[in-house]
Design a protein around this ligand. Structure first.
Ligand SMILES: Nc1ncnc2c1ncn2[C@@H]1O[C@H](COP(=O)(O)OP(=O)(O)OP(=O)(O)O)[C@@H](O)[C@H]1O
Length: 242
């Protein structure tokens, strides 16, 4: 078992052990184990098609677990359906632009709130954290640029102030200035609010700017992992260029 944990799994906020899953009988993930300590960021890197999104989608209950366990804090969440996960403080910003194009920015955000009363302070917080939305709440989400739609997904995922945030290739297609903004938002989330983050990325520089540890997924298995230090970049590149 290759362990990509940040410290001992016993103190982990998020812990995957021996996780195998796939599609229609074809296994994609093969006994993946990793763990992240509270308030830390683990960057999961890998080439296209190695199973990074499948891992997140398995944790979120969209892909059937064949073997293994997923725990968030003390809670075993293996195979829990996505709607129940959202209510237990687990948020997901998917790779595809999963927003309602015909709804306004405000109504897209409203969908993440448990009720209207809770929504008001949540919306105020989003407008502070993402000022680009403050004066445009009634604008249709489908009229936003690709980068702005990704920011909307991220703001929606953060609205509930999750204990665990799963982020799938957020930096893909974003301008460098927007990538920097996203980096500081994610860093602030974990430093100020103790949010634990699994960051699936192909952008090594962005990932290493904010992550505490990294792991590389290769053909559905953890091929290497370590702390973010002076050697991390070269070790990751070596895996991605094979
Ligand atoms: N819905 C699906 N049905 C069947 N096979 C799938 C499905 N989604 C992904 N796969 C396959 O699972 C494997 C892993 O794909 P996955 O999207 O998890 O990789 P990835 O590392 O996230 O790649 P990328 O960076 O391109 O998103 C690939 O072989 C892919 O073709």
């Amino acid at each position: 078992m290759t362990d990509a944990s940040v410290g001992a799994p016993s103190g982990a906020a998020f812990d995957i052990s021996g996780l195998s899953s796939g599609y229609a009988g074809a296994l994609v993930l093969r006994e993946v184990s990793l763990a992240v300590r509270p308030g830390k960021i683990l960057a999961l890197l890998g080439k296209n098609g190695m199973g990074k999104s499948t891992l997140i989608r398995t944790v979120m209950g969209f892909v059937r677990v064949e073997a293994g366990h997923v725990r968030v804090g003390e809670d075993e969440i293996t195979g829990t359906p996505p709607n129940r996960l959202a209510r237990s403080g687990i948020s997901y910003a998917p790779q595809e632009k999963a927003i309602f194009q015909d709804l306004s920015i405000e109504d897209n955000l409203r969908l993440a709130a448990p009720d209207d009363r809770a929504f008001k302070p949540m919306l105020e917080r989003v407008c502070e954290q993402f000022p680009l939305f403050a004066s445009r709440l009634k604008q249709k989400a489908g009229t936003l640029s690709g980068g702005e739609q990704k920011m909307l997904m991220l703001s929606r995922a953060l609205m509930v102030r999750p204990r665990l945030l799963l982020v799938d290739e957020i930096s893909e297609g974003l301008q460098p200035a927007v990538v920097s903004r996203v980096a500081s938002i994610l860093k602030d989330e974990c430093e100020t609010h103790g949010t634990t983050i699994l960051l699936v990325e192909q952008n090594i520089d962005f990932a290493l700017r904010i992550a505490h540890r990294w792991a590389v997924l290769d053909r559905g298995a953890i091929a290497d992992s370590g702390v973010v230090d002076g050697e991390a970049h070269d070790r990751i590149v070596a895996h991605l260029s094979i």
